[in-house]
Design a protein around this ligand. Structure first.
Ligand code: G3I
Length: 383
């Protein structure tokens, strides 16, 4: 009887000791490896996690703290574009871009230069005469060369990489390159010339081709063609930037995964460069919009309903699950903004709506979107 009782006591004690040890082990594990609470900590050195900012954000203390705490890369949303750096021919204005570079240095963030050649936010004089006619090829080429050389040289050692050419590929069915002022003046080789000028100005800086919808079949094949043509000319493209202005359901995660695989097969890295998830209906653009279209086009003025916020969190989660399948290929993911109050999508495709595409709300509170992203980054296999 006593024996039996003794054996029972011994068994209980053993069980208690084993239990205590395993609890300790779990506790020790979670103390040594707590889940990171910032994107940059969760990403570690596997991945750059960036955001687009404006120099004015640096004068908003709470916002600037959030940027520095969460991200390890920044892209100037407007400050590095041709009209910001050389609005007047020969007069370079680097002050606001330099402010962004200083902030990045102080906070150990990489800077991405956006962009050297684009058909938007570029002064007309670069590629057109006063009457709007294309400049002679040699004049336009020299304007482009001087812009690229001066800008890339100024930021040498400060900028990790440049979106050398932005949005050169045509959306339309059979057209290959978009009809732009640079192409009209210089010809189809304006893209390769831009890459050549950038490489010559700084052989160490990374060079990117950046565009939207290139994950979609059609534009994706044109982008692959462009990469092959540049390579055949002996030019270097380090990464393709898929902008990533996406919606709750479109495009399918599988389409994005297929595109990453297709670009990786061309020997380039893949960056997601302007990520946001639009939650509003896609109306037609600006002046064309009818009153009927306007009604119902702005449904979340009072705030994002919990079910939509949850769906957006799930969408971000599934996108990041795709990105982390490609360690060493998908090496940067940049959001186009940080909180919903400062997104371009409040003013596109129509002005003055209340959109909610980012990870923090207008009070800088993290949304389910933030949880979706950081959960994936915190998984041991993440990235
Ligand atoms: O600075 C002026 C301000 O003085 C004026 O009062 C105000 C009135 O509208 O406009 C301000 O300029 C705006 C500027 O952003 C700065 O906020 C321009 O109107 C506006 O057109 C401009 O929009 C930028 C857009 O590119 C223009 O193409 C967005 O901020 C910028 O986020 C957006 O970024 C692009 C990427 O470069 C390329 N991919 C698409 C992406 C989203 O459109």
């Amino acid at each position: 009887m006593i024996d039996q009782l003794d054996r029972k006591i011994v068994r209980w004690c053993c069980a208690a000791i084993v239990c205590a040890f395993s609890t300790c082990a779990i506790a020790a594990d979670s103390t040594t490896l707590p889940a990171a609470t910032t994107l940059r900590a969760a990403a570690g050195d596997r991945l750059l996690i960036g955001t687009a900012i404006m120099a004015s954000h640096l004068r908003e203390p709470a916002h600037a703290r959030l940027l520095a705490g969460q991200f390890n890369a920044i892209t100037g949303g407007n400050e590095f574009k041709p009209d910001a750096l050389q609005k007047i021919n020969g007069k370079f204005t680097f002050e606001r871009a330099d402010e962004i570079v200083s902030f990045a240095r102080e906070n150990r963030m990489q800077v991405i230069g956006h962009t050297l050649v684009w058909h938007n936010q570029s002064p007309k004089w670069l590629y057109e005469d006063a009457a709007g006619k294309p400049l002679a090829r040699e004049t336009a080429l020299e304007n482009m060369r001087r812009h690229i050389t001066t800008v890339v040289t100024h930021f040498k050692g400060k900028v990790k990489g440049w979106d050398v050419v932005n949005e050169a590929i045509s959306d339309g069915g059979n057209d290959y390159l978009r009809d732009t002022p640079a192409r009209r003046a210089i010809g189809d080789d304006y893209v390769e010339k831009a890459f050549e000028f950038a490489r010559n100005a700084d052989p160490d800086v990374e060079l990117y081709y950046n565009d939207y919808n290139i994950e979609l079949p059609g534009k994706r094949e044109k982008c692959v063609r462009l990469l092959r043509e540049l390579k055949a000319k002996g030019l270097r493209v380090d990464a393709v930037g898929i902008q990533g202005h996406w919606q709750l359901k479109h495009p399918a995660a599988q389409v994005i995964e297929d595109a990453i695989r297709a670009f990786a097969a061309e020997g380039v890295k893949v960056h997601v460069t302007e990520l946001d998830i639009d939650v509003l209906p896609r109306t037609r653009q600006g002046a064309e919009i009818t009153d009927t279209e306007k009604e119902g086009a702005n449904p979340y003025v009072a705030g994002l309903p919990a079910d939509i916020a949850g769906a957006q969190g799930d969408r971000y989660r599934s996108l990041f699950e795709v990105f982390v399948k490609f360690p060493g290929v998908v090496t940067r993911i940049t959001f186009w903004g940080s909180h919903d109050g400062n997104t371009w999508l409040n003013d596109w495709p129509v002005r003055g709506r209340t959109n909610h595409p980012l990870l923090w709300d207008r009070q800088l509170q993290p949304k389910p979107a933030f949880d979706g992203v950081i959960d994936v980054l915190n998984k041991p296999s993440g990235g």
